[in-house]
Write a protein that binds this ligand. Structure first.
Ligand SMILES: Cc1cc2nc3c(=O)[nH]c(=O)nc-3n(C[C@H](O)[C@H](O)[C@H](O)COP(=O)(O)OP(=O)(O)OC[C@H]3O[C@@H](n4cnc5c(N)ncnc54)[C@H](O)[C@@H]3O)c2cc1C
Length: 413
């Protein structure tokens, strides 16, 4: 049996090479007729697979270089956010946001427009200031913000080459506290969506859709931002004991709650870096809806609750600020992510997704590139106005299509 992704729901078709130096990586890329980079394996679909060879970035050098004047950090593409966050925090610096899990590789997360939450927080790719890309011919190309090809290249689905270095914007370190509230009335979510999601630096709402109230509102508040400490949030009640978003899971895996301020690096992700989940018993899907359609989209998914509930562990609603990155799910629009953590039942999930997609894709929802979606009617290409430009960019970087896999052939033709 071949090697699998983190969730175990996908078996890679290609063998995996483990270069430990950039010259080993270059030799492997140049020699292989077909190749793709593999990050920390947290993608749930065949995006990371290849017809020929996968090259893992996990063992490549990942030294961290902070440029205090430029307010940037440069790190190897295979570095994990959790390691980078610790180093930055020790030096007094911060990233603007993190995903729920800090174990994800930097280049792999950026490749798929991975995001956290926050009305004013762009996704993780929006912090990219520069990238070094190893192309199919063994040459490296440096791109920086402002270059003509930059906005097309940042969210790249692995189509351009192997990203060996990423330069990210940083800011002075800041503290964050997490407060959780239970039983947020649907009327508040649907009637006052903007006030609810703008109430903190990052707001996540957790639901199983079939409840009479949203089970958890999870607020991450920056020290110094105007806030109040009342025990009530739009009718929801403050928790007095820590809680996992999935009631059956161990709460010790979650970052510290109950309003205790601590460094951003230990609060912005939902899960602690020191607990290393080696594999998962779940599948994830997510659809990022233009913010203007978010309430309609939430109503539509609630209608589907009886279909969804038997397969669902939990859903999370998050917000993402607009950016100008061509393949970003927040390209040209503030977006709201409707996320589903499913039981690991691939066939069951794929049977339910068409109904969700029929409800959400007409509202402009873009599926998360790294999670499970079906797109039976091939509607996804039409959701990206710059897709043809991206196809041309990919052909320019990689004329022979060495980095083109089945996923990209479906998407780009
Ligand atoms: C438990 C869990 C929690 C998650 N939480 C979130 C979340 O909070 N928010 C969110 O948006 N998503 C989330 N995701 C999805 C995840 O962030 C994305 O799937 C992400 O792309 C995974 O990164 P990876 O390094 O594991 O990439 P992989 O799965 O290894 O690869 C993903 C893609 O990136 C490419 N790639 C990887 N490294 C490189 C490189 N160096 N150069 C070029 N291409 C490269 C691969 O070829 C592939 O196309 C989560 C996933 C899991 C399993």
């Amino acid at each position: 049996m071949g090697e699998r992704n983190w969730a175990g729901n996908f078996e890679y078709g290609a063998p995996i090479a483990h270069p430990s130096t950039l010259s080993e990586l270059r030799d492997a890329v140049v020699a292989a007729p077909s190749v793709r980079a593999l990050g920390s394996r947290h993608t749930f679909n065949d995006l990371a697979d290849d017809d020929g060879l996968l090259v893992s970035t996990a063992g490549l050098p990942s030294t961290v270089r902070i440029d205090e004047e430029a307010r940037t950090v440069t790190v190897g593409g295979g570095a994990r956010y959790g390691d980078l966050a610790q180093t930055l925090q020790q030096s007094g610096w911060a990233l603007h946001n993190l995903a729920s899990l800090p174990h994800i590789s930097v280049a792999g997360a950026i490749a798929t427009a991975t995001h956290g939450s926050g009305d004013r927080n762009g996704n993780l790719a929006s912090a990219v200031a520069g990238m070094r890309i190893l192309r199919a011919d063994g040459e490296t190309v440096d791109l920086a913000r402002g270059d003509a090809r930059f906005a097309g290249a940042v969210v790249h689905l692995g189509a351009l080459g192997v990203v060996t270095e990423v330069t990210l914007d940083i800011r002075p370190t800041f503290d964050v506290r997490q407060r959780l509230f239970e039983r947020l009335p649907w009327d508040a979510v649907l009637g006052e969506f903007d006030r609810v999601t703008s109430a903190a630096y990052s707001v996540s709402l957790f639901t199983t859709w079939n409840e009479d109230a949203v089970s958890l509102a999870w607020l991450k508040e920056r020290d110094g931002d105007p806030t109040d400490s009342v025990d009530e949030f739009f009718g929801a009640t403050a928790l007095t004991a820590p809680r996992h978003m999935i009631p059956t899971m161990d709460v010790r895996n979650t970052t510290e709650q109950l309003g205790v301020y601590g460094p951003w690096s230990e609060r912005l992700a939902h899960f602690r870096f020191e607990f290393t989940p080696s594999n998962g018993e779940e599948i994830q899907s997510e659809y990022l809806v233009p913010r203007a359609n978010a309430v309609e989209a939430i109503r539509a998914v609630r209608e589907l609750a009886p279909l969804i509930a038997p397969l669902l562990q939990v859903s999370e609603i998050r917000t993402v600020a607009a950016d100008d990155l061509w393949l970003s799910s927040a390209y040209d629009t503030d977006a709201v992510g409707l996320h589903f953590t499913w039981l690991r039942d691939q066939a069951g999930v794929e049977a339910v997704l068409p109904a969700i997609e029929d409800a959400l894709l007409p509202l402009g929802a873009r599926p998360h590139w790294g999670k499970v979606y079906v797109d039976r009617e091939n509607r996804v290409p039409g959701l990206y106005p710059k897709l043809d430009d991206f196809a041309a960019l990919a052909a320019d970087f990689d004329p022979a299509g060495k980095f083109r896999n089945g996923f990209l052939r479906r998407l780009l033709g």
